[in-house]
Ligand binder design. Structure first.
Ligand code: MG
Length: 389
């Protein structure tokens, strides 16, 4: 089998997400964003896909990257030589690890479709469902808004709830502002309200998205320890490892990360060697299925859990190929209050016929099981909204 073409399909997708000058998104009026599908075509007729862009956290390549970097390297090659092609991409300085992640995931999708198996099966399947946690959107309002969302999530079946409190926004006005100074006391008030509402029956976590100083992390970490929280995710900027090593040794609560540190599984190995966190973290933007597989296997070898960052089809494949002992949760979200315009998370995105992460009444995500990564695209919508013919 040979790769004959790599196509970038770009299409309009409505979104309420807006960028801010501070580099962190905020919600607002609906507008058209751009969603991408990377499509790898072969002389056998088998194809592979990955998605990226506005709907998700996942990287959507630019047309220039596909033309200038990806096609010259991959066209004419056997798409099943995933390790070789991954090494070639890694060795080419033009490829970001997010671009590698996008292409590598499409190659795994193609291999699964060729074999008639899910990617989880190709990796060595361990399970078909994973315990979900409800992952809130940030900057939702008062502590009571968070407490009510936690109660609603519990009613929906969730057994775990992760707070994103006030991140790059003023706790009172919710207006965008620089990430620092952060709002640790307001964040603790949210955590307290959520713990009061559901703390004796749901597993709780906090993610300040890297905006705390070391001292703020120590303060909030001790407060949520007292409230019985389960893990404390990505509290500080992940460019520096040493503050994490100190924080993890100071706190009882498990520190989870790195989420955004560059370096794929290689940097996770360095963090692990430094004992800089207690629970690892990665997602397919950091080198794709190939790098995530290496990361979770490394963490498993050291008896350390790894929380996959965000949902999506690629991460779902890694979850399907690991046990609960290594990867405990599926991150489901981001979630908004029920009366918010984005409050219906269970609705299937318009460009898909089936959602990635349907959840049962016990709070478990049923993982995709069809060949490849499990995408079922709504091609009528996609073709009707294409930006480039
Ligand atoms: Mg996070």
């Amino acid at each position: 089998m040979k790769i004959t073409d790599i196509e970038l399909i770009r299409f309009r997708l409505p979104t309420r997400s807006h960028g801010t000058k501070w580099g962190y998104g905020s919600d607002g009026e609906q507008h058209d964003g751009v969603q991408t599908i990377t499509r790898i075509v072969t002389d056998d007729g088998v194809e592979g896909f990955t998605t990226g862009g506005v709907h998700s956290y996942f990287y959507g390549p630019s047309p220039d990257e596909i033309t200038r970097l990806v096609k010259p390297l991959l066209v004419g090659q056997d798409p099943l030589d995933r390790e070789l092609l991954w090494q070639w991409m890694k060795g080419n300085r033009g490829f970001s690890e997010a671009l590698i992640g996008n292409i590598d995931s499409a190659l795994w999708d193609l291999a699964g479709r060729a074999a008639g198996q899910s990617v989880a099966q190709l990796l060595g399947k361990a399970r078909g469902k994973v315990r979900a946690y409800a992952s809130t959107a940030p900057n939702l309002g008062s502590p009571e808004v968070y407490a009510q969302l936690a109660r609603d999530c519990q009613d929906r079946g969730y057994t775990a709830f992760k707070v994103h409190a006030y991140i790059y926004a003023d706790p009172k006005t919710l207006e965008p502002m620089p990430g620092k100074p952060a709002s640790p006391q307001a964040d603790v008030e949210v955590c307290e309200a959520v713990a009061d509402a559901v703390g004796d029956s749901m597993t709780l976590m906090l993610d300040p998205w890297g905006i705390y100083s070391y001292q703020e992390s120590l303060y909030v970490g001790r407060e949520i320890e007292r409230l019985g929280y389960y893990f404390f995710e990505h509290p500080m900027d992940e460019k520096a490892v040493e503050p994490y090593r100190r924080l993890s040794s100071e706190l009882e609560i498990a520190v989870c990360g790195p989420e955004l540190a560059a370096g794929m599984h290689y940097s996770r190995a360095e963090w692990l060697a430094q004992q800089a966190t207690d629970i690892g973290r990665i997602d397919i933007n950091f080198g794709g299925i190939t790098a995530c597989r290496r990361a979770v296997d490394m963490y498993e070898s050291f008896g350390m859990p790894c929380e996959m960052h965000v949902g999506g089809f690629g991460n779902a494949a890694i979850l399907g190929a690991t046990t609960q002992e290594t990867c405990e949760f599926f991150e489901r979200g981001l979630l908004y209050p029920l009366d918010h315009p984005m409050g219906d998370y269970d609705r299937t995105p318009v460009y898909l016929n089936e959602p990635c992460d349907p959840m049962d009444d016990e709070g478990n995500v049923i993982l995709p099981s069809s060949p490849g990564l499990g995408y079922d695209f709504n091609w009528d919508y996609i073709e009707g909204n294409r930006l480039d013919g």
